[in-house]
Design a protein around this ligand. Structure first.
Ligand code: ATP
Ligand code: MG
Length: 417
């Protein structure tokens, strides 16, 4: 902790309207460069990378192949689909030195469809799931809530290519299931809701919402038949049960596009019957930064963040109550070293600060476990372990702490360890 670059703030930052923004600023996770444009500091980047990795693993698991497309797009591609005009001022446009139109990608349908029309010739190459995890640019009319609605933000966007609509249904269901896995693994309560497809287009679409009181969207769902909606409804049309009413934050959106892009851009393939047909497409986005913010909105208390084990920047912080005391310092350093040797992501609070200050800061930063080394450790060799999410405390012999955490890792800490 003495060398970690996590500049914390005592006061609530004035510009923060919601807790996730406030805690991310106060905890030194992010800093604003300009409206809706943020630097991720070391702690913030660790969590962002963890979410990214979970998303990557789940996309790979269902057969997604990762690539990386440019952020700088020739305007000509956007003119082909008409979106150069439709997208409006949210699209960040500029000209290169030869006076050609360019934009910064807010999404990549045109770019992937251009790749597909050049490289996909035959039905033998289908189905194909391609994705990237990349920075997107949208000149949002009201960037706000920190990284929740930013102008530059990290998104995973996947595109599916199929021979026909039956194939699209299969691809769509695969990604739908993968999204459930992602939010499950992030330790977040979520709902998938049928949605409008907006400027991206297409017919069938679902939004994935994280359940949180501060959510911008109203969310109604039924635990009996799994019906869910963002519209005003009293009862569930399928099973007549009263709907549960909550609020949600949109973190993912998936669309069945059909031929919306392949037709105007002439992305055709030769099917089994020898006929040329347009590729049947789907597109699937997850906001990585927004998921991070939503995780905080969903899991916090008045003191700070409560990260799930899977996305916490560090899993454990070892806190010596009095670091100046030789015995405590040695015991804390030993425990820190051993936990590191066993591949735990662990911090040591080696600062010359009061115990209260260190506890408060650990609560603010939200590490799932605090391992407290104090007088009890000196006397009886026990460390006090505190779980940030549940507030539970255990006294564990310092020799068994590694075993204790291994147990938690193996048996899974779903929402509450
Ligand atoms: P919204 O209605 O919130 O503006 P959207 O419908 O424009 O979202 P999509 O185009 O479907 O969003 O983008 C996919 C995902 O990218 C969203 O579900 C969200 O998680 C994320 N996202 C979209 N806009 C932003 C933004 N300005 N800042 C951070 N994440 C964003
Ligand atoms: Mg939007």
């Amino acid at each position: 902790m003495s060398i970690l670059f996590a500049p914390t703030l005592k006061e609530n930052p004035q510009e923060a309207e919601i807790v996730s923004h406030s805690f991310m600023l106060r905890g030194g996770f992010i800093r604003q460069l300009s409206a809706g444009i943020y630097t991720f500091l070391p702690l913030g980047l660790r969590t962002l990378n963890k979410i990214t990795q979970i998303v990557r693993e789940e996309m790979n698991r269902v057969g997604g192949q990762e690539l990386l497309m440019p952020a700088m797009h020739p305007g000509d591609l956007w003119k082909e689909t008409g979106r150069w005009d439709i997208y409006g001022p949210e699209l960040i446009r500029f000209r290169d030195r030869r006076d050609r139109d360019f934009c910064l990608g807010p999404t990549h349908e045109e770019i992937i469809t251009d790749l597909a029309r050049k490289e996909i010739r035959s039905y033998r190459q289908l189905p194909l799931l391609l994705y990237q995890i990349q920075t997107k640019f949208r000149d949002e009319i009201r960037p706000r809530f920190g990284i929740m609605r930013a102008r530059e933000f990290l998104m995973k966007d996947l595109y599916s290519f199929d021979r026909d609509f039956e194939g699209l249904q299969i691809s769509y269901q695969k990604i739908y299931n993968a999204y459930c896995q992602v939010f499950e693994r992030c330790g977040l309560e979520y709902q998938a809701v049928p949605a409008e497809s907006g400027v991206i287009g297409g017919d069938v679409s679902h939004e994935f919402l994280i359940v949180a009181d501060s959510g911008e969207e109203k969310l109604m769902y039924c635990n009996v038949c799994n019906y869910s909606t963002t519209k005003e409804e009293e009862k569930c049309p399928t099973c007549q049960t009263s709907l549960i009413e909550k609020r949600g934050i949109e973190v993912g959106h998936i669309f069945q596009l059909g031929t919306k892009y392949s037709e105007p851009m002439k992305a055709y393939f030769v099917d089994k019957d020898g006929k040329e047909k347009p590729l049947i497409m789907g597109c699937y986005g997850i906001g990585i930064g927004r998921t991070m913010a939503a995780a905080i909105e969903a899991n916090h208390d008045e003191k700070g963040i409560k990260w799930s084990l899977s996305i916490a920047p560090y899993q454990i912080i070892v806190i010596p109550v009095n670091y100046k005391k030789d015995t405590q310092r040695e015991q804390a350093e030993n425990l820190y070293r051993i936990l590191k040797e066993h591949d735990f992501e662990v911090l040591l609070d080696d600062r010359d600060a009061t115990a209260g200050y260190k506890f408060n800061e650990a609560d603010l930063l939200g590490f799932p476990f605090q391992a407290i080394i104090g007088e009890k450790t000196e006397r009886n060799g026990v460390a006090e372990i505190k779980a940030r999410q549940s507030g539970e405390r255990w006294e564990i012999s310092v020799h068994n702490v590694t075993q204790f955490f291994k147990g938690i890792k193996e048996h899974g800490e779903k929402r509450n360890p």
